[in-house]
Design a protein around this ligand. Structure first.
Ligand code: CO
Length: 132
């Protein structure tokens, strides 16, 4: 049986997770253009894309410029996301939505730095974006 206190902290944690997913608390280092997944067909030509396939990010050491937007596209049936631990893009975790096959999620990097991320359900899936 779950105590009332435990239930409350669980609810708080869930609300917090939902809030951080919006990027609203991620402060200024990054901007999240859309909290919800966007169809890969909507990704503009020439976008900086990291494809996700076969349980891997296809570019785990991406270098971009300040102001660039990086788009992650899931190419396989297994759902994946990108998750930046607390302190990486801001004070709080930035947990991207789970992407189904053919869905994308974008982040605009507003500050130089090194941004490590991983896939929430598959923590061995890792990558990094270096913003110069
Ligand atoms: Co994954």
């Amino acid at each position: 049986m779950i105590s009332a206190m435990k239930t409350r902290s669980l609810l708080t944690a869930m609300m917090f997770a939902a809030f951080t997913a919006t990027g609203a608390l991620a402060a200024d280092k990054v901007t999240v253009p859309s909290e919800a997944p966007v169809a890969a067909s909507e990704v503009p030509e020439g976008a900086i894309v990291v494809n996700i396939d076969k349980m891997k990010y296809d570019n785990t050491d991406l270098k971009v410029k300040v102001g660039d937007t990086v788009v992650w596209i899931n190419q396989e049936v297994m759902p994946h996301n990108v998750d930046f631990k607390a302190g990486v893009v801001g004070e709080n975790e930035l947990k991207g939505p789970m992407l189904k096959k053919g869905e994308s999620f974008s982040i605009t990097f507003n500050e130089a730095g090194v941004y490590d991320y991983y896939c929430t359900p598959h923590p061995f899936m890792r990558g990094k974006v270096t913003v110069e």
